[in-house]
Design a protein around this ligand. Structure first.
Ligand SMILES: [Cu+2]
Length: 228
């Protein structure tokens, strides 16, 4: 989750998010080079008298500063497209979780098991405990096994919502009458937080998403306890 003084992205909890963080830093490096160059050029423009009786054209520099940006763009586009298609891929999932957005809570269905479904409401401020985070914790957390490919099916029952976990690099629109699909695998145990990311009404800010990532054997225990 985001903590104090965390200015940039959250630590990646999935391989895809790690790659996204690397890509973000890569693009930032290129931007830094461009802004430094432009700043240098602007300063030289101001400090020099830009007139010459003999220099009327510069074919070489014109060619260079047309081709160079194109090459730089390729260096951004290639890794970007690679990530785009990697995120779209669903690798033979071992578990499917369906999230349904409601005004204003999420409900979840573990379609691989019988009768394993529940609603997940935000814990209101009056019921806060030392261990819960304000506006982020839910009464029923999603429990998922770590290190296994998970397929998410996202939809909504009333208006548009968006199911988002920043540390997993997942953000999927929840649209009424439509099933959206995404996939991820969680690389470490822990609790992951997210919030609805589509302005969906008065309590849009109060329908958080909480995932408990646990080792597979704990997950099996949880499933058998829940389906009793
Ligand atoms: Cu919403």
């Amino acid at each position: 989750m985001t903590t104090w003084l965390n200015m940039s992205l959250q630590d990646g909890a999935s391989p895809i998010m790690e790659q996204l963080v690397f890509f973000h830093d890569h693009v930032l490096t290129i931007m830094l080079m461009i802004t430094t160059t432009v700043l240098y050029m602007m300063i030289t423009l101001i400090r020099n008298k830009q007139t010459s009786r003999f220099m009327l054209e510069g074919q070489m520099i014109e060619t260079t500063w047309t081709i160079a940006p194109a090459i730089i763009l390729v260096f951004i586009a290639m890794p970007s497209l690679r990530l785009l298609y990697l995120m779209d891929e669903v690798h033979n999932p071992s578990l499917t979780l369906k999230a349904v957005g409601h005004q204003w809570y999420w409900s979840y269905e573990y379609s691989d098991f019988t009768k394993l479904e529940f609603d997940s409401y935000m814990i209101p401020q009056e019921e806060q405990q030392e261990s819960t985070f304000r506006l982020l914790d839910t009464d029923n957390r999603i429990v998922l096994p770590m290190n296994s490919p998970i397929r998410m099916i996202v939809t909504a029952a009333d208006v548009l919502h968006s199911w988002t976990i920043p540390s997993l690099g997942v953000k999927t629109d929840a649209t009424p009458g439509r099933l959206n699909q995404t996939s991820f695998s969680i690389s470490r145990p822990g609790i992951l937080y997210g919030q609805c990311s589509e302005i969906c009404g008065a309590n849009h800010s109060f329908m958080p998403i909480t995932i408990e990532s646990v080792p597979a054997k704990y997950f099996i225990n949880w499933v058998s306890k829940m389906s009793e």
